[in-house]
Design a protein. Structure first.
Length: 85
């Protein structure tokens, strides 16, 4: 599995100054498989997915509701939520 690094790319800085010597298209990791990203959104109130086909998971223990999404390659995710009653 490829090494995952976050934050500033050390190869793009010289002495603390950004040089921008490389682009995302010139990087060896460009062809690496994408990693899933989990995003949690906290909503006021009690919500649930509108149906079982929604690409999310909602949990609430009272108020608020936490809705989790998983995406990959920066693809958008759309869901339909309804009040949990």
């Amino acid at each position: 599995m490829a090494e995952r690094r976050e934050g500033k790319d050390r190869e793009q800085y010289r002495g603390g100054t950004y040089t921008g010597a490389y682009t995302s298209y010139s990087r060896r990791w460009q062809a690496n498989p994408g990693a899933e990203h989990r995003l949690t959104v906290v909503l006021d109130g009690r919500w649930r997915p509108a149906d079982s086909g929604q690409p999310c998971r909602a949990t609430s223990h009272g108020n608020p509701t936490r809705v989790e999404f998983t995406t990959i390659h920066g693809r958008p995710v759309q869901v339909r939520l309804v009040p949990a009653g």
